[in-house]
Design a protein around this ligand. Structure first.
Ligand code: S3P
Length: 183
């Protein structure tokens, strides 16, 4: 897929479950005033059910198709600037990775597996971690996905030592530089 003539000025957050995409997305939305699209929330609203139910009743592939369809909608170049928070598995399809790269400034929020385990342990709303050994699942998925986040992102930020406000400030500064200096 060829890059669009002008890259839309969206800020797109990618990264593993529990890395803080939704929280940082809300902070960026408050600071910039751009509309926030939390893709998981939009998919749940459209389906009229929670992601756990989509996985259980329709299967993961139906959820993945919904993600791709929504990414395509968001790729409309005439749309206003937005903050887009994605689900952790968005990078697993080649098509999605190409769509993401053309959607705006892509920021990979990263945290070590031990931090992810702690953050995701309390809330049981992630079907992929609903397993006897979530720690092993996190490590396996991370190994698989790390190169995919890497190839898709313009910026990688380690979230473990920084608060939400610090992360948002870093993203704002870097994105401003990126959009002002691109060819
Ligand atoms: C998923 C991550 C979830 C959600 C779904 C699948 C994944 O989003 O999209 O449960 O494949 O990593 P969060 O990253 O917001 O938890």
């Amino acid at each position: 897929m060829n890059p669009p003539a002008t890259l839309p000025e969206n800020i797109v957050l990618i990264g593993f479950m529990g890395c803080g995409k939704s929280t940082v997305g809300r902070e960026l939305h408050h600071r910039l005033g751009y509309p926030l699209v939390d893709m998981d929330q939009v998919i749940e609203q459209r389906a009229g059910k929670a992601i756990t139910e989509i996985f259980a009743h329709d299967g993961e592939s139906v959820f993945r198709d919904m993600e791709t369809a929504l990414l395509k909608e968001l790729s409309n170049p005439a749309a206003p600037r937005r903050i887009i928070s994605t689900g952790g598995g968005i990078v697993t399809s080649v098509e999605n990775r190409a769509l993401l790269k053309n959607l705006g400034y892509v920021v990979w929020l990263h945290a070590p597996a031990s931090v992810i385990l702690k953050r995701t342990r309390k809330i049981n709303n992630r079907p992929l971690l609903d397993t006897a050994d979530p720690s092993a699942r996190i490590r396996a998925l991370m190994e698989e996905r790390t190169p995919l986040y890497q190839e898709t992102a313009h910026l990688k930020l380690d979230t473990s030592g920084l608060c939400c406000a610090e992360l948002a400030s870093g993203i704002l500064e870097c994105s401003r530089y990126f959009f002002n200096n691109r060819a």
